[in-house]
Design a binder for this molecule. Structure first.
Ligand code: CP
Length: 324
């Protein structure tokens, strides 16, 4: 057993792992032999609870659980269940029908592990960054919880991204990884970018973030990263470019509407080390990233999506070993 993270009882950030390096190695081992732990999930049930839409997280986590022999229940709680109340002591005479303390406790009786997707509202920063939905779930379910993207972080995505970088790096030295802000027409969460930064800062890479001035992420997740406001300067000698939009952290949830010059193209990559292109998907083609990069020979977007399976599988495996 490469991992043996006997303390892994939840997976909501990189801080739930004792070693990033070990889990990457273990994920790649699992990828090479995905059914080697097919016995581990026998008679165990994974509940996947979605408060927001998903394609990759839903399907890859389900596939990972099936590879481990688990049963899976999926609940689109925003559409298929009772409207939830989150406030303690609420007098529930409005539209919300069920309190989170009852719903989460019941789900914990039906499931051995629960995954939860809970996006931010992008209106109240303090509320979103308190992770009140995720934390209420954790408080009331009594079973291990995996984040399927919370208000502030997306650790399964970052784990898949780091597996992908490990597989595609061509230098024995630290690869240079650049996270670049990209334009978008809607307000997107900071979760993927916060999380990517948090993981890169624990990985054996040189990590740079580039974004328009004023579009910084939460410093809690970027402390230690080099931040450069000139995109082309930041891209110099890059081995990997991770492209992502996020809405403003300071002017919380606001869209930056002068961002068109931040759209990458082939020309802007001339000074890189033939950099690989990464994006977590879904992507608005030719708004956030042009077709020429997404469909080009250096694109890793499908490899990242594929590695979502093994990211989920290594996390589920370690939690199953802890609860078996
Ligand atoms: N990257 C990602 O989490 O995709 P979905 O939102 O489709 O799950």
């Amino acid at each position: 057993m490469l991992g043996g993270y006997k303390k892994m009882k939840q997976f909501i950030s990189v801080n739930d792992l004792p070693s990033v390096e070990k889990i990457i190695k273990e994920a790649i081992t699992i990828k090479n032999d995905p059914y080697s732990y097919a016995h581990l999930g026998k008679n165990k049930t994974l509940g996947l609870i979605f408060m927001n839409p998903s394609l990759r997280t839903r399907m890859s986590t389900q596939k990972a659980a099936v590879n481990l022999g688990m049963q899976v229940m999926v609940l689109n709680i925003d559409k298929e269940a009772w409207a939830l109340e989150f406030n303690d002591g609420a007098i529930m005479n409005g539209t919300n029908v069920e309190h989170i303390k009852d719903a989460a406790a019941v789900m914990g009786m039906y499931c051995d592990i629960i995954g939860l997707r809970s996006f931010p509202g992008l209106i109240n920063k303090d509320l979103d960054y308190s992770e009140y939905i995720l934390n209420k779930f954790i408080s009331y379910t009594m079973v291990p919880v995996i984040s399927l993207e919370s208000a502030t972080l997306h650790p399964l995505q970052s784990l898949a991204d780091l597996i992908t970088i490990e597989e595609h790096k061509s230098t024995l030295l630290k690869p240079k990884v650049v996270l670049t802000w990209a334009p978008h027409i809607k307000a997107l969460p900071q979760a993927v970018a916060n999380s990517f930064s948090e993981w890169m800062l624990k990985a054996n890479v040189e990590f740079i973030i580039t974004h328009p001035e004023g579009m910084n992420l939460n410093p809690k997740y970027t402390e230690g990263a080099k931040i450069i406001y000139q995109q082309e300067e930041a891209l110099q000698d890059a081995d990997f470019i991770y492209i992502k939009n996020w809405s403003s952290f300071n002017n919380y949830g606001q869209v930056y509407d002068q961002g068109e010059q931040w759209l990458l193209n082939k020309d802007k990559l001339r000074q890189t080390r033939n950099a690989k292109i990464m994006h977590c998907l879904p992507v608005r083609r030719n708004v956030e990233v042009p077709d020429e990069l997404l469909d080009g020979p250096n694109s890793l977007i499908l490899e990242q999506a594929n590695n979502r399976i093994y990211a989920a599988q290594v996390v589920l495996k370690n939690i199953l070993e802890n609860i078996s």
